[in-house]
Design a protein around this ligand. Structure first.
Ligand SMILES: [Zn+2]
Length: 437
């Protein structure tokens, strides 16, 4: 997470978090915001538990459509939108009455389905997303969440644009630490294990590619049973084999969750592990290629609607992911629909000739460093990659410079073949990172 403006000051302050742990270091500004929003966040946390049983998304969205001066009033008449619509005409989706301070917070999308987009967050949504997500996931999974005494959750990420940040939740008396890990940094492994053991978080969020790295390096990181209650995994498809392996190694439950930057986490597992319960303030539809709804149990495209982010309410947003709905009562007793067989967000790690495992997330930087509209990177051998590039309109890219850039990012000798070819506007699911070895 990054602030939309003036983030350098807080980043400098927080750069010392690693050296100061487990000494508690608070970011003063987040403390003030959290205190200001505490009553609202506390109310939300209570309301969310109720929403788990009484979905309110449809009603709120219809109210929102009724407030819009132009456009369809009924949800079923709203045309589908997708990430390319946000990329090309974000301003048309922003609430015109949103005050400027509400756009103060922002986070870039991960860029797994196109170049990253800066998503503006309303302040209450930002802090809700940041502070309440992990407690919600843990509670829904049946874990006990510490309530009114200091406790900590840790969010691990390897996105280069993120920084270490520590947030205090005045509503629940909890801390959330975002820790940026670099799988290439050997010293990071022991540091990570020490940090987790020092903090004793009740939950750690991680994405599958980092989880795989942690499994590979388990000897250096150390055991996690007795350290944290669970690992919450979201961000891309979780391979069942990786899940079993992780649970065997770390001896803590892995809770699967589903979300995207535009909405935050929208669904997670209960203790029955029979699909991911959708949050009560999010409406989910499953549609076919023509946009028509498919029956429960049939896999199709996931379309989400929610007004939970007041700055950027999104109605009938095609996520690019696939899933099916199970609308039956879950054995946990909840009635909310469950997402089952989620797919389409593959981000495989690359395994290199040296034996190293490398997350492909670092290659998303290509959008910042070259005039690239889209790319696809395929590992064809342990030491060979094929990079297909579609340049931005009327821009040229230097194939040699791109090949050198990829080699530098990999950090060991590899062959890189570069092709210039159209990638945008394809039909079917696009995988930016592929492994053919
Ligand atoms: Zn359930």
């Amino acid at each position: 997470m990054t602030r939309g403006d003036g983030k350098e000051g807080s980043r400098a302050l927080l750069a010392s978090v690693r050296e100061r742990l487990p000494t508690v270091l608070l970011e003063a500004e987040s403390l003030l915001w959290s205190a200001y929003l505490a009553p609202l966040l506390r109310a939300r946390e209570v309301a969310h538990d109720m929403q788990d049983w009484t979905p309110v998304a449809h009603q709120r969205i219809e109210e929102f459509l009724g407030e819009c001066a132009a456009g369809p009033r009924r949800l079923s008449c709203v045309p589908l939108i997708d990430k390319s619509d946000l990329r090309h005409r974000l301003a048309s989706f922003l609430r015109p009455d949103a005050s400027p301070y509400q756009r103060f917070w922002a986070k870039a999308t991960s860029g797994t389905t196109g170049s990253p987009v800066q998503i503006p967050f309303a302040a209450d949504f930002y802090f809700d997303h940041l502070l309440l997500t992990l407690p919600r996931i843990a509670r829904r999974a049946g874990l006990s969440v510490p309530g009114h005494h200091a406790s900590v959750a840790v969010a691990l990420t390897d996105y280069p644009a993120c920084a270490d940040e520590l947030w205090f939740d005045c509503a629940g008396g909890r801390l959330v630490l975002q820790l940026v890990v670099s799988p290439d940094d050997a010293g990071m492994l022991e540091h990570l294990g020490e940090t987790l053991r020092g903090l004793g978080p009740y939950a750690v969020s991680v994405k599958p590619s980092l989880l795989e790295w942690m499994c590979d390096e388990a000897a250096a990181i150390g055991q996690l049973d007795g350290t944290c209650a669970a690992l919450a995994c979201s961000g891309s498809d979780l391979d069942p084999a990786l899940r079993s392996r992780s649970e065997a190694i770390f001896r803590v439950p892995i809770i699967e969750a589903y979300g995207l930057t535009e909405f935050g986490i929208v669904a997670s597992e209960c203790s029955a592990r029979a699909g991911l319960h959708v949050d009560g303030d999010v409406l989910v539809e499953i549609v076919d290629g023509t946009g028509e709804p498919v029956p429960d149990g049939v896999v199709g495209d996931v379309v989400l609607s929610s007004v939970r982010n007041a700055v950027l309410p999104l109605v009938r947003y095609r996520t690019g992911d696939t899933s099916a709905i199970d609308g039956r009562r879950c054995e946990c007793g909840r009635l909310t629909p469950r997402l089952v067989r989620i797919g389409g967000r593959s981000m495989p790690n690359f395994r290199l000739a040296s034996g190293r495992t490398m997350s492909p997330v670092r290659f998303q930087d290509i959008f910042r460093e070259f005039p690239v509209a889209e790319f696809q990177l395929t590992q064809t051998a342990r030491d060979a990659f094929r990079l297909v590039i579609e340049p931005q309109p009327r821009r040229r890219v230097d194939a040699t410079a791109l090949a050198e850039w990829v080699t530098r990012k990999v950090g060991e000798p590899v062959q890189v073949g570069v092709q210039i070819a159209p990638l945008m506007g394809r039909t079917g699911k696009f995988e930016r990172f592929r492994v053919e070895t």
